[in-house]
Design a protein around this ligand. Structure first.
Ligand SMILES: [Zn+2]
Length: 305
């Protein structure tokens, strides 16, 4: 089976290609465009369906009214179960209590570990978390969807130590926030180097996940300057990742939980579809995906082959 590298972007939808409101339509983002077959990431991008490369729009509304939220959206994305239906509404950013049993039993890490022919090193979560995160999460017993998936599946949550050893990537990609905001003496990386590091980490596991949430934050702030900074940083990250990625053997997936950043005229999330880019070996397995609930089932099926 190909090794699967999954880059999850929070709050990135496919919106109208209006450069006034949609930074993905306005900015020059060559690596993003490469992932979409040479088009900007907007609703105007035609679906791309090739054996080794897909770019599709996925529904994130899940048949539920209101604006999609991260708690239920991510739980759906990482279990394949429509968790907005389970919760009875869109809910977030943290997991809804009614979805916790679903996350405990059916999260993607557990499903990969439970395969008939398990991989010796099934899953990794590549994000590093600072000591402060663990202190707060333990005190309140409040975990994000992805860290809860890790706890339920016995996948280690990477720490400051992992980061110093070059075995993790920070949420801001470069480590600059860890230095200035958290006061940790960690090495500063370029975004390209962070992308190369993630690609490298992906080589030692059947499935590797990385989560990036500054896209959602920039969307809520409605700041074109911040959106530009975040998207250019991500574009450099994807450049570094793609340059060291082997699409003949491995598969890169990029998707999101709901729209937000693609419409800076509103402060909230949107009901726009989200992109699914699948690049590399086995990409065609995802061609029938229609909503964010279809990603994990296709991924698990692929890992089984
Ligand atoms: Zn949000």
């Amino acid at each position: 089976m190909p090794r699967i590298l999954f880059v999850f972007l929070d709050g990135v939808g496919l919106g109208p290609p209006d450069p006034e409101t949609n930074p993905l339509a306005r900015l020059d983002l060559p690596a993003f465009e490469r992932l979409a077959g040479g088009r900007p990431w907007t609703a105007a991008a035609p679906p791309l369906i090739r054996d080794d490369h897909l770019f599709l729009a996925l529904d994130a509304n899940l048949g539920v009214e209101g604006l999609p939220q991260s708690g239920t959206g991510q739980a759906t994305l990482f279990t394949g179960v429509n968790c907005a239906r389970v919760a009875g509404r869109h809910f977030g950013p943290y997991p809804h209590s009614r979805t916790k049993p679903v996350l405990a039993r059916q999260n993607v890490f557990r499903r990969i570990a439970a395969l008939e022919r398990p991989h010796p090193q099934p899953s990794a979560f590549a994000n590093a978390y600072p000591p402060r995160f663990f202190e707060r999460a333990k005190k309140r017993n409040r975990w994000t969807v992805t860290t809860l998936c890790c706890l339920e599946a016995g996948v280690p949550i990477r720490t400051l130590d992992d980061l110093r050893r070059g075995r993790a990537v920070t949420a801001d990609l470069t480590g600059a926030d860890w230095r200035t905001l958290l006061g940790h003496d960690v090495p500063l990386l370029s975004e390209e180097a962070a992308g190369a590091r993630l690609s490298d980490l992906g080589r030692s596991h059947a499935f590797t996940l990385f989560e990036y949430f500054l896209t959602d934050k920039a969307g809520h702030r409605q700041s074109p300057a911040e959106a530009e900074r975040v998207l250019h940083a991500l574009d450099r990250f994807f450049t570094g990742l793609l340059d060291s990625f082997d699409p003949e053997h491995d598969l890169l997936l990029v998707t999101s939980d709901h729209g937000n950043l693609e419409d800076l005229s509103v402060k909230t999330h949107t009901r726009h579809p989200v992109p699914l880019a699948a690049f590399g070996r086995g990409a065609q397995q995802f061609r029938h995906a229609r909503s964010i609930a279809d990603v994990t089932p296709a991924l698990v099926e692929m890992a089984q082959d």
